[in-house]
Design a protein around this ligand. Structure first.
Ligand code: CP
Length: 321
C-alpha cells in the first residue's frame, strides 16, 4: 500500500479488519518494522483523535513521528498554480510538500473542504497536489470528501460488537448548528456499501430531504427520508450531521426530531450507537444515549489506533519491498 485515501485502497475488508484486531491483541509485534522510519503528520485543521491515535500507532510500530499544525505553525500556503504571490501567501504547496517529503518516509495529511467550491473540494485539489509533490506515501487523516481511517475504525468496531453475521447498519443524519463537511458520511457510506457487497453488513441511510449524498458514495445502499423506517430492526446506528451536497454547503431548517434518543432506539434491535466524535450533546445525540449502555463512541475512538496501525504497517511493508 503506498497511499491510503479511500476504500478503493483496500481489497478484502474482512482481512484488513482481522489484521487490525491482531494488532490490537498484540500491539508491539511489529516494533522493528518502523525503526529509523519517520512519519510526518500535517494538520491544516484541528484534531484530537486522529492526531493522538496515529501518533500512538506509529510509535507502537517503532516509527519516529513529527507533527506540524500547518494552519498555525507553518507559512501561509499558496495552493493555486500560475499565481503571482504578491498577497498574503508565503510558500507554494509545490515547495512545501516536496520539502516535507525530504524529511519523512510517510506523510499524513488532514484538511477540510471549503464547502464553497464544490469542484475544488470534490476533485481533492489540495490532497492530490500534496501527493504529487511530496514524493512519499501519503495517508489521509481526513480530506475534503473522505475520512478513511475513521471508516476503517467504524468497520473494526462493528465487527467487534456485532451479534449476527450480517448486522443491519443505519447511517442517520442528525441536527447541528454549523455547516459540516460530507467527508465522514461519504466515507462511512462507501465503506459500508463495499462491506455490503462483500456480504458483511446490510446498509441503510436515513436523512431529511435535501441532504442526499453524492451517488458516487452510496452504490447499493437503501436510502430513505423516514428515520423510523430505517431504525426498525437496526443493530448499529451511526449518527452524523452533514450539510447539503447538491446545494453545496447549505443548511436547511429541519425538525429536531432527527436527534437520536433512547425512545427512538426502542425501534431498533437494541442497537449500538456510534459517532465519529466530537459530538454536540443533546443536539445530535442525547446525553442519555452517550452516558448509557448503547453508546460505543469511546470504544470506537479507541479503535482509531488499530485502524491507523494496520494502514501504517501495510505502508511500511510496501516501503521495505
Ligand atoms: N473523529 C475525528 O477525526 O476526530 P478528530 O477530528 O478529533 O481527529
Amino acid at each position: 500500500m503506498n497511499k491510503f485515501f479511500s476504500v478503493a485502497d483496500i481489497d478484502d475488508l474482512d482481512a484488513v479488519v482481522r489484521e487490525a484486531l491482531e494488532l490490537k491483541a498484540d500491539p508491539y509485534q511489529c516494533r522493528e518494522l518502523g525503526k529509523n522510519q519517520t512519519l510526518g503528520l500535517v494538520f491544516l485543521n484541528p484534531s484530537l483523535r486522529t492526531r493522538l491515535s496515529t501518533q500512538k500507532a506509529a510509535m507502537s510500530l517503532g516509527m519516529d513521528v513529527m507533527v506540524i499544525n500547518m494552519d498555525k505553525e507553518g507559512w501561509a500556503l499558496e495552493t493555486k498554480d500560475g499565481v503571482i504571490m504578491n498577497g498574503t501567501t508565503v510558500e507554494h504547496i509545490r515547495e512545501a510538500a516536496a520539502v516535507m517529503g525530504e524529511y519523512c518516509d510517510i506523510l499524513g495529511l488532514r484538511s477540510f473542504p471549503s464547502l464553497k467550491d464544490k469542484e475544488a473540494d470534490y476533485t481533492e485539489e489540495l490532497f492530490n497536489k500534496i501527493v504529487k509533490f511530496c514524493g512519499v506515501p501519503v495517508v489521509s487523516l481526513e480530506s475534503a470528501t473522505r475520512h478513511p481511517l475513521q471508516s476503517l475504525t467504524d468497520l473494526i468496531t462493528i465487527t467487534e460488537h456485532k451479534k449476527t453475521a450480517k448486522p443491519r447498519v443505519v447511517l442517520a443524519w442528525a441536527p447541528h448548528v454549523k455547516a459540516l463537511p460530507q467527508a465522514v458520511p461519504n466515507s462511512f457510506a462507501e465503506w459500508m456499501c463495499k462491506a455490503q457487497a462483500q456480504g458483511l453488513v446490510d446498509f441503510t441511510i436515513a436523512h431529511p430531504e435535501g441532504y442526499e449524498l453524492s451517488e458516487e458514495f452510496t452504490p447499493g445502499a437503501t436510502i430513505t427520508n423516514r428515520l423510523d423506517e430505517a431504525l426498525a430492526g437496526a443493530d448499529f446506528v451511526y449518527v452524523k450531521n452533514w450539510s447539503s451536497y447538491h446545494q453545496y454547503g447549505e443548511v436547511y431548517p429541519v425538525s429536531d426530531s432527527w436527534m437520536m434518543t433512547n425512545e427512538k432506539l426502542e425501534l431498533t434491535n437494541e442497537a449500538k450507537v456510534m459517532h465519529c466524535l466530537p459530538v454536540r450533546r443533546d443536539l445530535e445525540l442525547s446525553s442519555e444515549i452517550l452516558d448509557g449502555p448503547h453508546s460505543l463512541v469511546v470504544k470506537e475512538a479507541g479503535n482509531r489506533v488499530w485502524a491507523a496501525q494496520v494502514v501504517l504497517k501495510r505502508m511500511l511493508e510496501h516501503l521495505k519491498k
